[in-house]
Design a protein around this ligand. Structure first.
Ligand code: PEP
Ligand code: MG
Length: 327
């Protein structure tokens, strides 16, 4: 099987009826970029920039951040890289950074990610400079985590644009294009998509956090791990809602949570109109194999019917259907 997946490296993730899916990988450290060549993925759909902070005993200074981003872009070559600004704080607390943050009772829904970054804007400004300078002469894709209301995206983008203007005023080279996106992992944002979609170049659904917030179920609590299924009516209908609105607005939407790396889940997502996945590198082979066995038209029709007539065990229904189709 392993050899079969290796053979898939140079084959496109395309369904039997010719629908091309973009399959990218999640990464966070310099060496993760090697996964691009190993798997034949289309790019890095989620680069978790906080990893550099988490593995460091002291705050990584701007020069160090910039060096990492440039190395990643160099290694990726023509393949796109989506840099997510730091998702720290809360359960990813850094002692050297948030010394004044008190213990939080619910850190996952606490002072983290964009919430912290917009208030501690020195940190975000340094990261913006590092990203903009690292991507001089290239395309910069930047994505903000934990956006809960559309105006938070506006503030984060404005902060980047101010740094861009500063770099330009010094006569230094800028990225040829800056593409801004938001993660959709806090359910409240789904009810402001009409406000958000005209402003973003792309969206990425983070199903890890989304699931915990949608079900009010701690993603790290083993007692809850088996209770709610990614293939539940609520998650699937949520994804459909976002996917339909994004398509109508012409905004590409990816899924970058772990859900997308599971074949049956990825199949359901593709049937709901998601045609970009960013997944753990080990999942690329199995997901490509699944995609190449699909009839996209039949799958879409099945998903419409299934979400109109849901059952308690959507997983079983989808597994039966996949087996009947030879997926
Ligand atoms: C997510 O929440 O789904 C996600 C991709 O981000 P992280 O797992 O880093 O929170
Ligand atoms: Mg998340």
């Amino acid at each position: 099987r392993k050899a079969a997946y290796a053979a898939l490296r140079d084959l496109a993730p395309e369904t039997r009826d010719g629908h091309r899916v973009t399959v990218m990988v999640n990464a966070g450290l310099r060496d993760d970029v090697a996964a691009l060549d190993v798997t034949g993925a289309d790019g890095i759909g989620l680069f978790r920039t906080e990893f550099q902070f988490l593995v460091s005993a002291t705050l990584p200074q701007r020069e160090r951040q910039q060096r990492l981003y440039r190395e990643v872009l160099d290694a990726a070559g023509d393949r796109p890289v989506v840099f997510r600004t730091v998702d720290i704080g809360g359960d990813k607390a850094l002692p050297y950074l948030v010394a004044d943050s008190a213990e939080e009772e619910n850190p996952a829904m606490g002072w983290r990610a964009l919430r912290l970054a917009l208030e501690r804007d020195g940190l975000m400004k340094a990261q913006a400079r590092a990203l903009l300078e690292a991507a001089a002469g290239r395309t910069l894709n930047v994505m903000f985590p934990m956006v809960s209301e559309a105006w938070e995206f506006d503030e984060a983008k404005a902060l980047f644009e101010a740094q861009r203007d500063w770099i330009a005023s010094r006569g230094r080279r800028l990225p040829v294009e800056i593409r801004y996106g938001a993660m959709l992992e806090v359910p409240s944002l789904a009810y402001q998509l009409d406000l958000l979609l005209p402003k973003v170049q792309f969206l990425s659904i983070g199903t890890n956090d989304l699931t915990q917030f949608l079900f009010a179920a701690d993603r790290a609590n083993p007692k809850l791990a088996e209770r709610y299924d990614w293939l539940s009516t609520s998650i699937l209908r949520f994804v459909r809602l976002v996917s339909d609105q994004a398509r109508a607005a012409g905004v590409p939407v990816a899924v970058c949570g772990e859900m997308g790396g599971r074949p049956l889940e990825a199949m359901a997502l593709i049937g709901l109109g998601i045609d970009r996945l960013s997944i753990t590198p080990a999942a690329v082979g199995p997901i490509k194999a699944m995609i190449r066995s699909l009839d996209h038209g039949a799958l879409q029709a099945r998903m419409v019917d299934l979400l109109d007539h849901p059952t308690r065990d959507m997983r079983a229904v989808l597994a039966d259907w996949a087996a009947s189709q030879g997926v």
